[in-house]
Design a protein around this ligand. Structure first.
Ligand SMILES: Nc1ncnc2c1ncn2[C@@H]1O[C@H](COP(=O)(O)OP(=O)(O)OP(=O)(O)O)[C@@H](O)[C@H]1O
Ligand SMILES: [Mg+2]
Length: 272
């Protein structure tokens, strides 16, 4: 069991066995996210158009599709940044559709945007520290929470996201890829059950991509991950299942091999 596994919280839904029990773990196929007939219209233009999809627990789903297909807008609606015109987003039996972004985070959805957003003037350690849940304000976190336990958690997370040797550096001095990892680690500190990542390997070196692929695969052993990505080699390496969007609609869905050989996907996306 790697350090990340020890950081995984027990799932809140009761799907996991009680401590000490020898009951089997939850069935492999259990839905965590369901998007139902979701539409958002911007001045009459449907960026996402009657889209339905479902993601399972411990699934690593990749969303692909041409520019403007509605991929980012879909994540925006799941995390509450954009409100749909119609349809629903169900997460763990909870209707997220009208919930605030803040409440959606607390319900267990972590979202990473395309550009890294870390506190550049703080050290890597401090960035992790302020991302701990129930932190209210920077001052409080720096003053009161640097306990041995917090340090241990941060060390474990730093190791998980390849930043163990960087803890004392200012985040602003990290490479682009390291900032992406830091932000992923900061999201993980909040122990989300579902992680939404928008093109996390864009701008990364081949080696960093490989490490990120390993990281995402490890994360998906205890959480669900939805990743938007363009690089098909990367997609093939990590995806349990691929959803292809085109003009706001679901064009195709299946294994990476299945969607790659789907004529419609080749015509509108892969063939270009
Ligand atoms: N707030 C908005 N107002 C108006 N149009 C928008 C808004 N947000 C997105 N759009 C439009 O919706 C469409 C889908 O955009 P979106 O960013 O979801 O695409 P994408 O699939 O993420 O593309 P890319 O691969 O380029 O990131 C685009 O045509 C975009 O211009
Ligand atoms: Mg996008």
């Amino acid at each position: 069991m790697g350090p990340l596994a020890t950081l995984q919280p027990m799932m809140a839904s009761g799907a996991m066995p009680a401590p000490g029990s020898s009951a089997p773990v939850a069935p492999a196929r259990e839905e965590i996210l369901r998007v139902e007939d979701l539409t958002v219209s911007f001045d009459g233009f449907k960026a996402v158009d009657a889209l339905s999809l479902s993601v399972e627990r411990n699934e690593l789903r990749v969303i692909i599709g041409p520019n403007g297909a509605g991929k980012t807008t879909l994540l925006d609606m799941i995390c509450g940044k954009t409100k749909p015109t119609s349809g629903r987003v169900m997460f763990n039996g909870l209707d997220l559709t009208r919930m605030s972004e803040h409440r959606i985070v607390r319900a267990g959805v972590g979202r990473k945007f395309q550009t890294p957003s870390v506190y550049e003037d703080l050290t890597v350690f401090e960035n992790f520290e302020i991302s701990l849940p129930r932190m209210h304000g920077l001052f409080q976190s720096l003053t009161f929470r640097r306990t041995a336990e917090v340090r241990k958690r941060i060390d474990a997370m730093a190791g998980e996201v390849y930043l163990r040797d960087q803890l004392g550096r200012r985040a602003g001095q990290l490479s682009h890829g390291q900032k992406q990892w830091l932000e992923i680690g900061m999201l993980l500190m909040q122990e989300p059950q579902l992680l939404l990542l928008d093109e996390p390997v864009a701008g990364m070196s081949p080696r960093e991509r490989e490490q990120t692929g390993d990281l995402l695969s490890r994360i998906a052993q205890g959480k669900s991950v939805v990743v938007i990505e363009h690089d098909m080699d990367f997609v093939k390496r990590i995806a349990h299942k691929v959803t292809v969007l085109h003009q706001g609609k679901l064009l195709s869905e299946g294994s990476a091999a299945e969607v790659q050989s789907d004529r419609r996907v080749i015509d509108v996306y892969l063939g270009h």
